[in-house]
Design a protein around this ligand. Structure first.
Ligand SMILES: Nc1ncnc2c1ncn2[C@@H]1O[C@H](COP(=O)(O)OP(=O)(O)OP(=O)(O)O)[C@@H](O)[C@H]1O
Ligand SMILES: [Mg+2]
Length: 344
């Protein structure tokens, strides 16, 4: 096992930098979730760590070893690609055994390790099947078994769950976390799905246009996103901008937001941090907005409101809202420690 360290990594395609000075660290045995919009460089970063992409500049280390000059097959990495492809004419067991045969592992050892890997992904009895006789989730697990059977130091997973429907996806998330814990393998995982990243990861990183703009523990990044892009990308956020004043932030409707550092001009408030009320709240941080829509979702309702032409979302208990008509003006308030201060 080993940690992964990337420093100042640059990869340009023509004038466009797919990776622009990326520095990241995934500690030994941890799960690093990499998030970012399409085209932000996620796959390129994984491929550079694996050795399929040769960076123009920067360093990649696995354990204490610099690997820029180490070929793919010697880096001891297991990878599940974005569109993982199993060999259709081989059985499940043959698919998993492939990497061991390439490495000239003896037949008895191969059989033993394939059986162990299939056991780990809970596909023990299905070794003789062909991929087309499996469900999507089972095929996914074969791809995982194939990646871990060679006992890699690092596991790189590029949106391995994107082909699955929601319920299977959630099952596989739990499964993936179990396998990762059991094997204790350093894992870097790419996903579009922020919820998936938040639940699975020990550390997350946000890529935007080839730059790693934020990384840290999921809770820290969620609570302290730093900028508007990260705040909106990781969960929902209501953004408010105004003029900094001595006492706080003056919003265009005249509200003074207190408890923010001097010079603050933009803040965000999460929908779940806001309280909606028809009576005037005693919180100093509150605004008046017009209720446009409420979307019933069991005990909680998502409310869409209008504040000076901008949409504000609030998650509220449905009970509190029963008598509130749409188009009514209501108070939205939040505790001072729920104000997220943003740069710029
Ligand atoms: N071989 C290549 N030649 C030229 N441009 C490339 C190449 N590979 C990637 N790119 C470009 O680099 C950028 C980053 O691509 P990358 O595949 O890393 O994005 P991604 O974050 O994985 O996106 P997605 O979420 O859609 O998979 C994109 O603009 C892409 O078009
Ligand atoms: Mg990709």
């Amino acid at each position: 096992m080993a940690d992964v360290q990337v420093e100042g990594l640059v990869k340009a395609y023509g004038a466009m930098r797919a990776l622009d000075e990326v520095t990241m660290h995934c500690p030994d045995g941890k799960f690093f979730g990499l998030l970012g919009p399409s085209g932000s460089g996620k796959t390129t970063l994984l491929r550079a760590i694996a050795g399929f992409v040769i960076p123009d500049k920067g360093q990649v280390s696995i354990g204490l070893e610099r690997v820029e000059d180490v070929p793919v097959e010697a880096r001891e990495i297991g990878m599940v690609f974005q569109n993982y492809a199993l060999f259709p004419n081989m059985t499940v067991a043959e698919n998993v055994a492939f990497g061991l045969q390439v490495r000239k592992v003896s037949a008895p050892d191969t059989a033993k390790r394939v059986a162990e890997a299939l056991e780990l992904v809970q596909l023990g009895p299905l070794g003789a099947r062909k991929p087309h006789q499996l469900s999507g989730g089972q095929r996914q697990r074969v791809a995982m078994a194939r990646a871990i059977v060679t006992r890699p130091r690092v596991l790189l997973l590029d949106e391995p769950l994107s082909a699955l429907d929601k319920s299977l996806r959630v099952d596989m998330q739990i499964e993936l976390k179990r396998i990762q814990r059991e094997v204790g393998i350093t894992t870097i995982f790419v996903t579009h799905d922020q919820e998936e990243a938040l639940t699975l990861s020990d550390q997350i990183g946000i890529l935007k246009e080839g730059r790693l703009i934020r990384h840290g523990a999921p809770r820290d990044v969620y609570n302290h996103p730093g900028d508007a892009f990260t705040a909106r990308f990781l969960g929902e956020a209501n953004l408010f901008s105004g003029e900094p004043e001595a006492g706080g932030l003056r919003l265009p409707d005249g509200t003074l937001i207190v408890g923010v550092p001097p010079g603050t001009s933009t803040i965000a408030v999460r929908p779940e941090s806001m309280t909606l009320s028809t009576a005037e709240p005693d919180q100093p941080n509150r605004i008046v907005a017009t209720l446009r829509q409420r979307i019933f979702a069991g005990a909680m309702a998502t409310c869409v409101l209008d504040w000076r032409g901008e949409t504000v979302k609030v998650i509220a208990r449905d009970l509190e809202l029963e008598d509130t008509p749409e188009a009514a003006d209501v108070w939205l308030s939040w505790p001072q420690d729920k104000t997220i201060v943003l740069a710029g």
